[in-house]
Design a protein around this ligand. Structure first.
Ligand code: COA
Length: 282
């Protein structure tokens, strides 16, 4: 049985939130390091891991958001700590990882969830704007994985990156994310080869339009644009953060022990049909 949690008003209606198909305490005693853990999909993944008995380190740029996320987990009986840093700062990520190791021990699960996005055509973004997203999405994922390796339980650790269908399909006004996420997918696949012999699995989760996230608020700021997004999804609804959290839980569990180097879509089929210019901007 899953504990009730808050803030699901906007979530997809046809997903059975209160029941879990997973057995309780699937991650009991495991240690999870989650970047982007203070909000959105990363936060919901961190919550799910804590519900299942993991000790969770929340990492992000915004101290206040992290604190709120931390408090929510603790109020529901979970074990969590937080460390504010920017994934673009390698030394900061190293410090966060060392703090995690000191607090909880060897790290079983790493989630690279920190991401940046804003809709703009290439001619509407500066070189620094493009670089900001590449730095967060791609370099941030590299920094996290590279710095985490010496702290990972080997064999046994699982590394997950939150990618996007931008990695394999062009989307107007999203050149920075397309370039960054394409890099993330290939980085993770390469790590799966390099780290497989040490027993470290590396996979990507690819969300589609997911409700109640900063990304959707930025990309679909009006009801009209939301409706356009929704009608383009084969399953005709937005995804829920819970659905991605359950995928992360499965991939981080022993049930996925032979799964590495995979790109796992949880997008309602949207990447089969979606491309072009979803923002509707000129
Ligand atoms: N259109 C065009 N350019 C934009 C922009 C927009 N909507 N928003 C930001 N930029 C540009 C800035 O102008 C700046 O370029 P400049 O120095 O040449 O002017 C550059 O991007 C960096 O912006 P800044 O705000 O200084 O960077 P930041 O590091 O504080 O923020 C972003 C990074 C831009 C990715 C910001 O959107 C962010 O913090 N996002 C995190 C949250 C998020 O995006 N969540 C959704 C994840 S899917």
């Amino acid at each position: 049985m899953r504990l009730p949690s808050r803030g699901r008003e906007g979530a997809a209606e046809r997903y059975a939130f209160e029941m879990s198909i997973f057995r309780d305490n699937l991650l009991k005693g495991k240690v999870a390091f989650v970047t982007g853990g203070g909000s959105g999909i990363g936060q919901r993944i961190a919550e799910r891991f804590a519900e299942h008995g993991a000790n969770v380190m929340l990492v992000g740029r915004n101290q206040e958001r992290l604190y709120l996320a931390l408090t929510a987990i603790r109020e529901r009986g979970g074990t969590a700590a937080m460390h504010a840093t920017d994934v673009r700062d390698y030394a900061g990520v190293e410090t966060a990882l060392k703090f995690t190791r000191d607090q909880f021990g060897e790290i079983d699960i790493v989630v690279c969830g920190a991401a940046g996005n804003f809709p703009a055509p290439v001619l509407g973004m500066s070189a620094n704007g493009f670089k900001a997203v590449i730095d967060i999405d791609l370099i941030g994922t590299f920094n996290t994985c590279r710095a985490a390796y010496s702290h990972l339980r080997r064999p046994g650790a699982s590394v997950l990156a939150i990618s996007a269908s931008h990695a394999f399909q062009p989307i107007a006004h999203q050149a920075h994310v397309c370039a960054g996420k394409a890099g993330v997918d290939l980085l993770i696949k390469t790590l799966a080869i390099e780290w497989g012999p040490a027993g470290v699995r590396c996979n990507c989760i690819t969300p589609g339009p997911t409700d109640d996230t900063e990304g959707m608020r930025r990309l679909a700021p009006t009801e009209e644009i939301r409706a356009r997004y929704r009608s383009a999804v084969p399953l005709r609804r937005f995804g829920a953060k819970d659905e991605l959290a359950d995928l992360a839980l499965f991939l981080s569990s022993d049930a996925a022990a032979y799964m590495t180097g995979g790109i796992y879509l949880c997008d309602g089929g949207s990447s089969l049909v979606r491309s072009g210019n979803m923002t509707g901007a000129e």
